[in-house]
Design a binder for this molecule. Structure first.
Ligand code: HEC
Length: 138
């Protein structure tokens, strides 16, 4: 009887582990068709916010975004990481033109700002993590 109980328990544990491995995508993270780097959270944690700040200027983000809460061409980015997840922001930076067509939140932004964010050719591996680290400081 004890053995049966043990077998059941390990079975349940294995099931729980499986469930965790096959993560269900969160719709709040944006469409999964836009591929973002694996282990993005780790990459962002290891990234350099200062470099991100430089990229933010070099990539022309400043032309459309203020750092406080006020609107320019696009939304002010103050505390943006509190209203958006890291994967969502990543997808917005990599494929804004796809986001405004397919993502519910991005569609709302386009309706409100009436300009489509320009694709700034952000490199997913060398630029994206730094930009995200910077956005998290705002
Ligand atoms: C031509 C103007 C323009 C440029 C350049 C631009 N954006 Fe945007 N951005 C927008 C607009 C407009 C939106 C709102 C969505 C839409 O209408 O496309 C937006 C949305 C965003 C959002 C979501 C904001 C929120 O409140 O949820 C983030 C994050 C963002 N942009 C980051 C960036 C970064 C980083 C860059 C530079 C790599 C950049 N943007 C360059 C215009 C721009």
């Amino acid at each position: 009887m004890k053995l049966l109980y043990f077998a059941l328990l390990t079975g349940l544990l294995a099931l729980a582990a499986c469930g965790k491995a096959a993560e269900v995508p969160d719709p709040a993270d944006g469409p999964v068709a836009i591929v973002i780097p694996e282990k993005l959270d780790d990459l962002v944690a290891a990234a350099d916010a200062k470099k991100g700040e430089e990229l933010f200027a070099a990539k022309g983000c400043k032309a459309c975004h203020k750092l406080d809460g006020t609107k320019l061409v696009g939304p002010g980015l103050q505390a943006v990481s509190q209203r958006r997840s890291v994967p969502w922001m990543a997808r917005m930076m990599l494929k804004p033109e796809v986001m405004v067509q397919t993502d519910a939140e991005a569609k709302k932004l386009l309706a409100a700002y009436m300009t489509q964010m320009a694709n700034q050719n952000v490199a997913a591996d060398t630029e994206l993590p730094h930009l995200l680290a910077y956005l998290k400081t705002l």
